[in-house]
Design a protein around this ligand. Structure first.
Ligand SMILES: Nc1ncnc2c1ncn2[C@@H]1O[C@H](COP(=O)(O)OP(=O)(O)OP(=O)(O)O)[C@@H](O)[C@H]1O
Ligand SMILES: [Mg+2]
Length: 251
C-alpha cells in the first residue's frame, strides 16, 4: 500500500465475547474481533446483520450486555469508564453528516476542541483550517452546511471527527447517502487517512475501497462474524459458504 506506514501489529481495538440484545433480539452474538494499530478493518454484511450496532457499541451509543470492548487495553464498556474521555479517542462519522447548520465549516470543526478540550479559540481555528485543507476544503471554511454539497459536508464531518485527534476512526456507510458522483471525493479522503496510518473501522458497501484499502474484511451475518480475511482472499476465494454467497450477490 503506497506510502502507508508499516503496521506495528499491536492490537488497538478489541472486542471480547461481546453480546448485545435489543429486548429479546440477540443482535451481536459472542463477537471476538481485533483491530490492530494502523489497520483498516472493513466490515460488510447484509442489512440487519449488526454492523452499525457494532460501531455504536464501540462508542457507547449502545450498551452491550456481556463481554468487553477495549481501546488500547482500556475497557470502554466498563461501567466506571470515563466515557467522555474515551469518546474523544474514538472518532465517528455517520451516513448523515449532522453538521450544525448555523455554524460555518470552520466553526463546526473547531467547536468540540474549544468546548470539550478547552483549546483556545485561535489555536482551534488554526487547527480547523489545517484539517479542512487536509480534506480538500481550504476554500470552503466560511461556508455554511447548506452552501456545501453532500460530499463536502461529509468531508467537514470527517475533519470534525479528526479535530479531536482520535486514536481510531469509525465510519458507518459514510458514502451511502451521497450522489454517485460525490462518493469518490469522500473515499479519497478516507484513503489518504489510511495512507497516513490512521486506524479505521469502516462499514461500507464500496467494494472497490474494501479491495484496495482494507487490511482485513470482516463479514457479518445475523449478528455473527462469519469470516475475517485479507481482502485478496475474500474477493478471490472466501473461506465460508456464506462468504461465497454474499460475494456472488455483489458480483
Ligand atoms: N434501536 C434499536 N432497537 C431495536 N432493534 C434495533 C435497534 N437498532 C438496530 N436494531 C436491530 O438490530 C439488528 C442489527 O441492526 P444494525 O442496524 O446494526 O444492522 P446493519 O448491519 O447496520 O444494517 P444496515 O446494513 O441496514 O445498516 C437488526 O435486526 C435491527 O432491526
Ligand atoms: Mg447499518
Amino acid at each position: 500500500m503506497s506510502g502507508k506506514p508499516s503496521r506495528t501489529g499491536e492490537t488497538l481495538l478489541e472486542f471480547d465475547s461481546v453480546d448485545k440484545y435489543f429486548g429479546d433480539t440477540h443482535v451481536l452474538k459472542d463477537i471476538d474481533l481485533e483491530i490492530d494499530e494502523q489497520e483498516v478493518g472493513v466490515v460488510i454484511g447484509p442489512s440487519g446483520s449488526g454492523k452499525s450496532t457494532l460501531l455504536r457499541c464501540t462508542n457507547r451509543l449502545e450498551e452491550i450486555q456481556s463481554g468487553e470492548i477495549r481501546l488500547d487495553g482500556t475497557p470502554i464498556t466498563d461501567p466506571d469508564a470515563d466515557i467522555n474521555r474515551l469518546r474523544q479517542r474514538i472518532g465517528m462519522v455517520f451516513q448523515s453528516f449532522n453538521l450544525f447548520p448555523h455554524l460555518t465549516a470552520l466553526e463546526n470543526v473547531a467547536l468540540a476542541p474549544k468546548k470539550v478540550k478547552g483549546v483556545p479559540k485561535a489555536e482551534a481555528h488554526d487547527d480547523a483550517h489545517r484539517l479542512l485543507e487536509r480534506v480538500g476544503l481550504a476554500k470552503q471554511t466560511d461556508q455554511y452546511p447548506a452552501e456545501l454539497s453532500g460530499g463536502q459536508q461529509q468531508r467537514v464531518a470527517i475533519a470534525r471527527a479528526l479535530a479531536m485527534d482520535p486514536q481510531v476512526m469509525l465510519f458507518d456507510e459514510v458514502t451511502s447517502a451521497l450522489d454517485p458522483e460525490l462518493v469518490g471525493e469522500v473515499l479519497e479522503v478516507m484513503r489518504d487517512l489510511a495512507d497516513e496510518g490512521m486506524t479505521m473501522m469502516v462499514v461500507t458497501h464500496e467494494m472497490g475501497f474494501a479491495r484496495e484499502v482494507a487490511d482485513s474484511v470482516t463479514l457479518m451475518a445475523d449478528g455473527e462474524i462469519v469470516e475475517r480475511t485479507p481482502p485478496e482472499q475474500f474477493f478471490e476465494e472466501p473461506t465460508t459458504q456464506r462468504g461465497r454467497q454474499f460475494l456472488s450477490k455483489l458480483l
